[in-house]
Write a protein that binds this ligand. Structure first.
Ligand code: PLP
Length: 417
């Protein structure tokens, strides 16, 4: 499903009037629906279902009930007093790490699975890289009484064995993918293929603000609860808006979720932090905006890492959740439009930030979220006296083994850990 298929050009495809080459109405030409013809029926049906459900108070009420009394919303906004004192930056953390299953992923799976149920689907299909979205999907399927199949690259399944066990214990079927690099990109291909084979009985729960329209908008909508809550909370707890909102960017769902709350506040700067891996000059990273260019992957025109021959490049990050060659198209539009700025933090900086948040705030952050903290720590001079809101997208329990191994490697090279 890489760079192939029909480009649907009917302007009617977007019910809200934006044309297909400019899915976000920002004039930047990102998004769209570069999908094979066989998927078009499913995508059109999904858009209709979503537009109807969005406006339906009974759908909203059912979703809110699940978010509030099952998933644990609202998540708190925590001041980070010791990190603030150390850096001279007034740091606040939006605590998605406290959401059920340990990350923001559940906001999206609950929303999409409710949509699927409304459409009478009995089965959901999901892809997963690190396993977090797979676990959230399996959890939601169990709660809503849906069958669940999760596609996962064989390499990822080996690296993330505990999450494979979790999904199975939750009653999901895990399909290992042996094609290509046997990682997330290949799992997305297989999941889309499985959806084409069972369009009437199943729904594909895409895990980030990625893919062909309408997925990026649906996922952003379900994640925007993060930004809505955070804006209210910071106004109530601090009494003013933050100067900056900072979030890590894998596919971009936690970042777009918190950005949505502040994008109409011109005084608030938005910063997305990508995985700098071993450093952008090394070529071993997932910093799409530093090392990539516009292109099409998995159904959307966006920013991605590709070589001169147009082949999608291998990526590297210490955090599996940021290790993907393309970024959600709405971020590409925000980048080109200048509304958000995209930077990167290296593996080492993220590991240092993980340690700082653990030792100074008593929170083990996900390695993904640690990238956002790392960017703030590295730019403390520029940010002196500013109020910075960081999205703590998830908790770090899943990363303990990786952190311990990486720190041991760094110690053996004589680097501080
Ligand atoms: C999956 C994941 C991410 C990356 O995905 P986005 O769609 O970019 O948010 C970031 N943080 C955590 C904790 C995750 O589980």
């Amino acid at each position: 499903m890489t760079r192939t298929g029909t480009f649907q050009t009917s302007p009617r495809f977007f019910a809200d009037g934006a044309d297909n080459a400019d899915a976000f109405g920002l004039g930047a030409g990102f998004g769209g629906c570069f999908a094979p013809e066989t998927l078009m029926g499913n995508l059109l049906e999904l858009e209709t279902l979503w537009l109807e459900s969005k406006e339906d108070p009974s759908f909203r009420a059912e979703l809110d009930e699940l978010l509030n009394h099952y998933a644990g919303r609202a998540t708190p906004l925590s001041h980070a007093p010791r990190l603030s004192a150390k850096t001279g930056v007034d740091i606040w953390l939006k605590r998605e790490d406290l959401l059920h299953t340990g990350a923001h992923k559940l906001n999206n799976t609950l929303g999409q699975c409710l949509l699927a149920k409304r459409a009478g689907k009995k089965r959901i299909i999901a892809e997963t890289g690190a396993g977090q979205h797979g676990v959230a999907s399996a959890t939601t399927a169990a709660r809503l009484g849906l069958e669940c199949v999760v596609y996962m690259g064989a390499v990822d399944a080996e690296r993330q064995a505990p999450n494979v066990q979790r999904m199975k214990l939750l009653g999901a079927e895990v399909e290992l993918v042996h094609s290509g690099s046997k990682t997330l990109k290949d799992a997305v291909d297989e999941a889309m293929r499985a959806w084409v084979e069972d369009p009437l009985g199943s729904h594909y729960v895409l895990g980030s603000a990625l893919g062909p329209h309408p997925f990026p908008r649906i996922v952003a909508d379900f994640q925007s609860v993060i930004g809505r809550e955070a804006r209210e909370q910071i106004l109530r707890q601090k009494g003013s808006l933050p100067d900056k909102v900072v979030a890590c960017v894998g596919g971009g769902s936690n970042a777009i979720g918190i950005f949505r709350g502040f994008v109409d506040d011109p005084s608030v700067a938005l910063v997305g932090v990508e995985a700098g891996g071993h450093g952008v000059p090394s070529g071993e990273h997932a910093a799409r905006f530093s090392g990539g260019a516009p292109g099409v992957l998995h159904g959307a025109h966006t920013w991605l890492l590709q070589d001169a021959a147009g082949q999608v490049r291998e990526t590297h990050s210490v955090s599996a959740g940021l290790d993907y060659p393309a970024v959600g198209p709405e971020h590409a539009a925000l980048h080109v439009g200048g509304r958000a700025r995209y930077e990167s933090a290296t593996d080492d900086a993220a590991l240092d930030a993980f340690a700082a948040v653990a030792e100074m705030e008593g929170i083990l952050p996900a390695l993904e979220s640690s990238h956002a903290v790392a960017w703030v720590m590295a730019h403390a001079k520029e940010l002196q006296g500013q109020c910075v809101l960081i999205n703590m997208s998830g908790r770090g329990d899943k990363d303990l083994e990786n952190v311990i191994r990486a720190n041991a490697e760094r110690a053996s090279k004589g680097e501080p850990s």
